[in-house]
Ligand binder design. Structure first.
Ligand code: ADP
Ligand code: TRP
Length: 329
């Protein structure tokens, strides 16, 4: 069976972008592939969280994953920092990753622009750690959102380079797997292109019913179309994309016809979107709360996940050490 791995950084709560862009595809894949999922807490250190932050966010994200339907019996979930072998592979990959190519990664350049006071080496070598996560498990497929494509290209590059340097066919080039064969990009509620934690335009899976309704009703729109069959401005196109995700294709087409006839009332469309969002989120929210209150269960799930991941990782590291020329330990 093909192997699948994916990780998510524990930085705050899961939002609709994470759900449609990542977690939903994880849930589907656990029945079709040999899956493992992990919480990328090492990656989150680039933003210097406090110990309290880390403890809380790992627990939160784990509860949210489980509430979305990840079943640890089918797909082990582990915490990245529980599997130390990844660090060793990260070191080896770092030795063959070049400054120029790392500096050219768009997300790195963006961070340099957005947080010039914290351009740490971890940010620069982020793609190496991500490649280590993936190559460690010899993953065939990695479900990720569109924004991770460049990191995936780096992982493939590092796999090829390792094989070339040592004259082996050891690492597989992992393929990106986009849910429904295309990368979903969930727009933000502020009318901008991407829902994201740092953008402050998110609908969170744990938002209560009132908050969900309020946020959707306040989503940015315009004055409405002024011509028949008018091309939609970006803000409106984004609202329609969200509508299709929440309420389905038919509903989006219905409102699209109204838009084309200049009869649309954004308020009606949003009301439906809010109702559908609440129908989707209510059961998830309930489960999040139940898991978050069961520390013993969360601990057991993390331990079992780490054991399975470490067993695989250990095998890879032993083989890699031998390829590189290190003694067996
Ligand atoms: P954020 O941008 O809020 O910090 P993350 O970068 O932690 O979110 O996202 C984790 C996963 O969720 C990634 O696989 C990412 O591609 C996916 N994801 C996040 N936001 C979106 C979005 N708006 N649309 C599609 N996928 C998304
Ligand atoms: N970089 C990913 C993100 O920000 C998270 C991540 C870390 C990841 N390691 C990974 C995703 C390995 C897939 C595979 O979303």
């Amino acid at each position: 069976m093909e192997r699948v791995i994916s990780g998510i950084r524990p930085t705050g709560n899961l939002h609709l972008g994470n759900y449609f862009g990542a977690v939903k595809s994880f849930v589907k894949m656990q029945d079709e592939y040999d899956c493992m999922f992990f919480i990328a807490d090492w990656h989150s250190l680039t933003t210097h969280p406090t110990p309290e932050n880390i403890r809380n966010s790992v627990k939160t994200i784990l509860s949210e994953y489980l509430a979305c339907g990840i079943d640890p019996e089918k797909a082990p979930i582990y915490v990245q920092s529980d599997v130390k072998q990844v660090l060793e592979l990260y070191l080896y990959l770092n030795m063959n990753a070049y400054l120029g190519e790392l500096e050219r990664v768009t997300s790195f350049k963006e961070k340099v622009r957005k947080q010039p006071d914290n351009v740490n080496a971890g940010l620069l070598t982020y793609p190496c750690l991500m490649a280590a996560d993936i190559l460690m498990h010899k993953a065939d497929k990695v479900p990720v959102g569109k924004d991770q494509e460049q990191n995936m290209e780096m992982a493939r590059l590092f796999a090829r380079r390792f094989n070339r340097i040592y004259g082996v066919e050891y690492f597989k080039e992992p393929a990106s797997f986009h849910f429904a064969d295309k990368a979903v990009k969930v727009p933000g509620l502020d009318g901008t292109g991407k829902m994201g934690k740092s953008e402050g335009n998110c609908l969170y899976l744990c938002d209560d019913e009132k908050t969900v309704t309020k946020k959707i009703m306040r989503a940015v729109t315009d004055q409405g179309p002024t011509q028949l069959n008018q091309e939609k401005p970006e803000v409106i196109q984004n609202l329609f994309t969200l509508c299709e995700l929440l309420s389905g294709k038919e509903a989006a087409e219905y409102y699209n016809d109204l838009y084309n006839r200049m009869e649309i009332r954004y308020g009606d469309m949003k009301k439906q979107m809010a109702a559908d969002a609440n129908a989707l989120l209510a059961p998830i929210r309930e489960k999040i709360i139940a898991y978050a209150n069961d520390d013993a269960l969360l601990e057991r799930i993390m331990r079992q996940g780490a054991e399975k991941a470490a067993a695989r990782a250990e095998k890879t590291i032993e083989e890699v050490r031998e390829i590189i020329g290190f003694r067996k330990i």
